[in-house]
Design a binder for this molecule. Structure first.
Ligand code: NAD
Length: 311
């Protein structure tokens, strides 16, 4: 059984990925540094503590930016989920994004390049396409936020290592992931919190911006499929297929929770994407990826997870 390094293992996607891989019997090195900049490090520490109780999981607390990474040792697969996400903060602190999304990747590539490495899966984002992200992987990349710029630079860095040194580098571009464990800064998490407390939700813009959200378990299934099926040098969109506006998503949150959820419309935030609709035909063809979750069911699952948690 191969040895898989998952970075960002204490994060939203990384923790679910680590748990699923471990349950499938893979040996996983779960690495994280509990970055406190976007949301509470305590949430990440709790998730990490749970993961390290699972058979087959070895925890490693390390900051990819600065710590000595030699103890990772040879691995067969790297899945680099670690990043500083969230586009709003990227206007305020570009250094944080360059350090965690680009410089950290450089150090990770150097630490894990070995004869045993079969695949290096870099997790990227629809944000690399820009304000409109509706085409295939061949669409122009024109990031609309510093976050998107930093993630595109990371893709380019990995491909430069592939071209020069044969790093088996492949890219998955996730489209707005949701479901149990979702980051507290993300829209659906915020809406469901307001459903709990009876508050007003803030929407930036007119609410007509559209998304094809990806349910967490679909996202994890695609990522695991990439271990065996993704081609080095290739890039894959990982997205759901149901296109909904924010206003329609709020209607669904109302249906799921029974909350009234009044809306306060505020000006569009710089960097916000107008439409994302991932063309996933390549992931379907090559990875065998087939998203299975409808938004109503996914939000109901997230509500079940979120409703009794402390605010
Ligand atoms: N959640 C989404 O909707 C979404 C959409 C597109 C792309 N992505 C990408 O998916 C990946 C996972 O995102 P997420 O939503 O789970 O975010 P997250 O913030 O919950 O998880 C990221 C994890 O990486 C860790 N990390 C960051 N810098 C690190 C460093 N220097 N050393 C070690 N660990 C570090 C953090 O502590 C955190 O636990 C990221 O690469 C993100 O850019 C996410």
């Amino acid at each position: 059984m191969s040895k898989i390094l998952v970075t960002g293992a204490a994060g939203f996607v990384g923790s679910r990925l680590t748990e699923t891989l471990a349950n499938q019997g893979h040996n996983v090195v779960a690495l994280d540094c509990f970055l406190p900049d976007l949301y509470s490090a305590a949430i990440k520490k709790d998730r990490f503590a749970y993961l390290t109780t699972l058979p087959n999981v070895t925890g490693m607390v390390a900051d990819l930016r600065v710590d000595n990474l030699t103890s990772i040792g040879p691995v067969d697969v790297v899945i680099n989920e670690a990043a500083m996400p969230g586009l709003t903060k990227s206007w305020e602190d570009l250094q944080l994004y360059v350090d965690n999304n680009l410089h950290a990747l450089d150090r990770l590539i150097r630490a894990t390049t070995s004869d045993s490495l079969q695949k290096f899966i870099q997790i990227s984002t629809s944000s690399v396409y820009g304000r409109i992200a509706t085409g295939s992987e061949d669409s122009p990349t024109d990031p609309y936020s510093p976050y998107g710029v930093s993630k595109l630079a990371a893709e380019k860095l990995g491909f430069a290592h592939l071209d020069n040194f044969g790093l088996p580098f492949t890219v998955l571009r996730y489209f707005s992931v949701y479901g149990p464990g979702q980051r507290p800064d993300m829209a659906y998490h915020r809406f469901l919190e307001k459903a709990k407390t009876g508050g007003t939700v803030t929407v930036y813009g007119d609410g007509e911006q559209r998304r094809t959200n990806t349910y967490i378990d679909d996202c994890v299934a695609a990522t695991i499929a990439a271990i065996d099926h993704a081609e080095p040098g290739d890039t894959y969109n990982i997205s759901g297929t149901q296109s909904v506006s924010i206003n329609e998503a709020i209607e669904t949150v109302r249906a799921v929770t029974g909350a009234k959820l009044p809306v306060d419309y505020q000006p569009v935030r710089p960097g916000d994407q107008k439409e994302t609709r991932g063309d996933i035909s390549k992931a379907q063809r090559v990875l065998g990826y087939e998203p299975t979750w409808a938004l109503h069911d996914g939000l109901a699952a997230q509500w079940t997870w979120q409703k009794d948690r402390p605010h």
